[in-house]
Design a binder for this molecule. Sequence first.
Ligand code: MG
Ligand code: MG
Length: 246
Amino acid sequence: MRRNARELDLMRKAGKVVAEMHEKTRAAIRPGITTMELNNIAAEVIERRGARSNFLNYHGFPAVICASPNDMIVHGIPGNYVLQEGDIISIDCGAIIEGYHGDAAYTAGVGEISPIAKKLIETTERSLYAGVDQMVIGNRLNEIGRAVQQVAESAGFHVVREYVGHAIGTAMHEQPQVPNYWPGSLGPTLKEGMVFAVEPMVNVGTIDTYTLEDGWSVMTADGSLSAHFEHTIAITDNGPEIFTLG
Ligand code: MG
Ligand code: MG
């Protein structure tokens, strides 16, 4: 779907709220803080800026952020988990302004982290931007995932297949999906006014996953580390515009 100028402006505003949620939670990440405390920091931003959360109550999800440490890929429920020196933590969150959505994620290290963790985080973020570079009018949707996968695999890592990006607008998850890998066909042509959330999840080891008994937390099957970066990005006449940048 293509969004008009007014819609894009509301999504830009929602994106700025998400960017501030990232900024404030990122600044608070340190050994000793709980994932629930990070959630509360993000919730304060939403409330102060007069936004609503698209995560809270989503299919019953109980919080405004997902917080996924170490071998948890996505959808972690914030709680009493205490971040430890050497952990990595993925934070995914979103906001709604006047019915229009933003959605973005990042992974950060807690204190000093291992060289492989550092490389995983850097590579996953770089793979997202390689995807964003493909988001120009006339390109095809699945060139995004092709570029993401190329960066991740060149570094020796692996891209999760089961969870993908998505179009976004008046709902957080709209069609079409945006794979983070080459799915075997080019897909739709990118047009001005389309908005997508691109969100590579990259694992050190296997792409296989399982879900914990809480029904949400998605883990790497082999216990290897996983990172996740996401932005909400519009296709414009001037190239890709990232709405969720600070
Ligand atoms: Mg997200
Ligand atoms: Mg998303």
